[in-house]
Design a protein around this ligand. Structure first.
Ligand code: ASP
Length: 345
């Protein structure tokens, strides 16, 4: 590695890359190749920064699995020439996107830091500069000549999180993300302090990066609520080609235990649909069989999502469904941590 780390900024869209036209007041995307001119502070960082932008930057509401593949392709093509990556996306779906990217890249040895902002980079009170500058610093950070981070992370408002543990919690506050079931990997204050014991370490036997671009998107999130109609549940589970369901259950994984609710779920599982139980609670985990109202789900073969987030469960389903796993293997793989997304207890 050269003395200064090479960092690639990948701009996909979102508020962070916008500036206000002060004459009209409208937000517009700016030419991202001029990022270093727009933020002269970047020159003070001890790294070499290059940037690449989607031809047509998108609002993250338009994110999809095709764009996920584009992001990992950019990482793949530039993997040997860069020491770290900072991916800029809109914050709205950043937890979904960054979770998916964490599964799509296996044996990662370099940092990939997702960030964005609540206010455009040109705004006087913007959070974009701090988020961007610190993300680049984190992507460049080294210890014993090795990157401190070698996993997919999300940095926002002074905290670095494992990406596949995050959820967007505010559409207004600068502190837009949280990670309820796993502590931050680093915090930025006067010092940038890393919680080294929490950070994933790459495998010792320097394995090659494996990139997987094919994801399965025939899945659905089904959130329970008291009074949910059996007809609705049945219709959703009967969607042709449906491959996976993230079932947002109550509390520690509970659901109605009436036959009319359980039967369609059982049938779907028998047909090969993979159904994962995750909790609607912001923190905590599913413990199947803890209450009578989760025992039946366990018995009919619902998979235990433990403390995974909904965003990460969606990503993990998309990833694992493409692997032709048997029912038993699928359950084993889903229920164990592949990229630090689940706490195994
Ligand atoms: N709507 C924007 C997006 O997610 C918001 C943001 O950039 O934070 O693309």
């Amino acid at each position: 590695m050269a003395n200064k780390p090479n960092i690639l900024l990948i701009y996909t869209g979102g508020t962070i890359g916008m500036i206000k036209d002060y004459k009209t007041g409208a937000l517009k995307a700016f030419d991202f190749s001029q990022i270093v001119d727009k933020i002269p502070e970047l020159q003070q960082l001890n790294c070499i920064i290059k940037s690449i932008s989607f031809d047509e930057p998108i609002d993250s509401s338009n994110m999809n699995t095709r764009y996920y593949a584009d992001i990992v392709s950019i990482v793949e093509e530039n993997y040997t020439n860069f020491d770290g990556f900072v991916v800029l996306t809109g914050s709205d779906t950043m937890s979904y996107t960054s979770s998916a990217i964490s599964f799509m890249l296996e044996n990662l040895q370099k940092p990939i830091i997702f960030t964005g902002s609540q206010l455009p980079i040109g705004d006087l009170r913007t959070d974009a500069k701090e988020n961007l500058i610190t993300s680049i610093e984190i992507a460049s950070a080294r210890k014993d000549n090795k990157p401190i981070i070698s996993e997919v992370c999300l940095y926002f408002e002074y905290k670095l999180y494992r990406a596949n543990r995050t959820t967007k919690i505010s559409s207004e506050q600068f502190e837009a993300f949280t990670s309820m079931n796993f502590p931050p990997l680093a915090e930025s204050g006067v010092h940038l302090s890393f919680n080294l014991h929490l950070i994933a370490q790459p495998k010792k036997d320097k394995k090659e990066l494996i990139v997987r671009k094919d994801l399965v998107d025939e899945i659905v999130i089904l959130k329970l609520f008291p009074g949910i109609s059996k007809q609705v549940v049945k219709s959703i589970l009967n969607i042709s080609n449906l491959k996976g369901v993230v079932l947002e259950t109550y509390g520690a994984g509970n659901a109605p235990n009436s036959k009319s609710f359980i039967q369609p779920i059982k049938k779907a599982i028998e047909k090969g649909v993979k159904i994962v139980s995750v909790t609607q609670c912001k923190s905590g985990r599913v413990i199947m069989g803890h209450y009578d109202t989760s025992l039946l789900l366990k018995e009919i073969g619902v998979i235990n999502g433990k403390d995974i987030t909904t965003e990460s469960a969606v990503a993990k389903l998309m990833y694992l469904l493409n692997k032709n796993l048997s029912k038993k293997e699928f359950k084993v793989f889903f229920e164990k941590s592949l990229r630090g997304e689940i706490s195994e207890k």
